[in-house]
Design a binder for this molecule. Structure first.
Ligand code: NAP
Length: 341
C-alpha cells in the first residue's frame, strides 16, 4: 500500500473514471477535478458501491480548464499531491466555434495545468498528459498506408488546417496541446518529469454501470452506434482506425508515473485495427441473440482498414509498459455485454 496522492483532471471522463478506479484499487489517494459537485458526488458513490475505498477519493471543482489560473486553487489546497495526471480535454464534435471549443481548451487547459504545478505544486515530481494518436498519426486526407507510424511521429496538420471542421479541430487540439506540454518542460525546466499517453480509439466497458445508454462518450459511441443500427441499414466503411481497451489506457497512465523508463516518453497505445464492419462482424459472431436486430453488413469488408490506416509500430511503448493489451474480441464483447445488460 502507498499513501501517494495523485491528482486527476477531468475525473468524470470515460478514461479518467477507469483510471480513478484503478488508482484507488492500488491504494493511492486521489484528488479529482470535475465540473460540478453532482459529478464528483456521483463518482464517489460509484466507488463506494463498487466496494472501493471511496474515502480515499476527494474532488475539487474546475469548471473550465481554459480559464487562466483554472487549477491554482485546487493545487494550493492539496500540497500532499506528488503526481498530476492531466486527462481533461474536449473530445466531441458537437461544436460551432472549432478554435474556441476544441483548440483553445485543449492547449490552454494543458498550459494552465503545467503553470499551476510549477507555481503551486513544486512538490509534484511526475506529470502525465493524456495526449492521443491524433497527435501522432496521419488522418483523413493525410492518411498514408505506406508509412509506418511510431512514437516519434507527429500529425502533419497545421493549426490553420485544424480549423477546417470539428474532426480536424479535435486532431489539432491534441497535437498542439501535447506540443505545448513538451515546450513547457523545455523552456520552464520545472521540478517534474513529463510523459504522455497517446491512445488510439478507446473501447471497452465504462468503469461503472451505465445510467444513460442513449449517448455514450465519443469513442464508446462507435460500438453503441453499431448496436443502434436497424437490419435494413447500410453499413459503410467510412470509419476505420486502431483500438485500445480503456482498462489498458488507465493501466498505462499508472505505469507512466510509476516506472522511471517512462520519463520523458510518449506511450503510443494501440492494439489492433478495426472498421465499422469488423465491429459488426464481432458482435454478430459473439451475440447470436442480436443477429436478427442488426444488419448483416459485409464481413468481406471487415479488413477495409488495410486500405486506409498506416501500420503502427509501438514496440518501444510495449517494452516500457511490460503488459499485454486486451484484444479486440474481449474489448468489444465486454463493451456490448455492459450496454445490453
Ligand atoms: P470524455 O469522457 O469526454 O472525457 C473528457 C473529460 O474532460 C470530461 O471529464 C470533461 O468534463 C472534461 N473536460 C472537457 N473540456 C473541459 C473543460 N473545458 N473544462 C473542464 N473539463 C473539461 O472523453 P475521454 O474519452 O475519457 O477522453 C479523456 C482524454 O483522453 C482526453 O484528453 C482525450 O482527448 C483523450 N483521448 C481519448 C481517446 C478515446 O478514444 N476515448 C483516444 C485518445 C485520447 P465533462 O464531462 O464534465 O464535460
Amino acid at each position: 500500500m502507498t499513501s501517494t496522492s495523485v491528482f486527476v483532471s477531468g475525473a468524470s471522463g470515460f478514461i479518467a473514471q477507469e483510471l480513478v478506479k484503478q488508482l484507488i484499487k492500488k491504494g493511492y489517494n486521489v484528488v479529482g477535478t470535475v465540473r460540478s459537485t453532482e459529478k464528483g458526488e456521483s463518482l464517489k458513490s460509484n466507488l463506494k458501491d463498487a466496494g472501493l475505498a471511496s474515502e480515499n477519493f476527494e474532488f475539487e471543482i474546475v469548471k473550465d480548464i481554459a480559464v487562466k489560473g483554472a487549477f491554482d486553487e485546487a493545487l494550493e489546497k492539496h500540497p500532499e499531491v506528488t503526481v498530476f495526471l492531466h486527462t481533461a480535454s474536449p473530445f466531441h464534435f458537437n461544436v460551432t466555434d472549432i478554435e474556441k471549443e476544441l483548440l483553445i481548451p485543449a492547449v490552454e487547459g494543458t498550459k494552465n495545468a503545467l503553470t499551476a504545478i510549477k507555481a503551486h505544486g513544486p512538490q509534484i515530481k511526475k506529470v502525465v498528459v493524456t495526449s492521443s494518436y491524433a497527435a501522432i498519426g496521419s488522418f483523413l486526407e493525410y492518411s498514408d498506408p505506406s508509412k509506418t507510424r511510431t512514437e516519434d511521429d507527429w500529425n502533419v496538420a497545421t493549426y490553420e488546417q485544424s480549423k477546417a471542421n470539428a474532426i480536424h479541430g479535435y486532431l489539432g487540439s491534441k497535437k498542439y496541446a501535447e506540443l505545448a506540454a513538451w515546450d513547457f518542460v523545455k523552456e520552464e525546466k520545472p521540478n517534474f518529469t513529463l510523459s504522455t499517453v497517446n491512445p488510439v480509439y478507446v473501447f471497452g466497458p465504462q468503469a461503472f454501470e451505465i445510467k444513460d445508454k442513449s449517448q455514450l462518450n465519443t469513442s464508446s459511441e462507435l460500438i453503441n452506434g453499431v448496436l443502434k443500427l436497424k437490419p435494413t441499414d447500410t453499413v459503410t466503411n467510412e470509419l476505420t482506425g486502431y483500438f485500445i481497451d480503456v482498462r489498458d489506457v488507465a493501466h498505462a497512465h499508472i505505469v507512466a508515473f510509476e516506472k522511471k523508463e517512462a520519463e520523458g516518453k510518449r506511450l503510443l497505445l494501440a492494439e489492433s485495427p478495426f472498421s465499422t464492419q469488423s465491429i459488426l462482424k464481432q458482435i454478430r459472431e459473439d451475440f447470436p441473440q442480436l443477429r436478427e436486430e442488426l444488419p448483416k453488413g459485409d464481413p468481406a469488408e471487415a479488413e477495409y482498414w488495410k486500405k486506409t490506416e498506416s501500420p503502427i509500430d509501438n514496440q518501444k511503448t510495449k517494452d516500457i509498459l511490460g503488459f499485454k493489451f486486451i484484444d479486440f474480441k474481449k474489448s468489444v464483447d465486454d463493451s456490448v455485454a455492459q450496454i445490453i445488460a
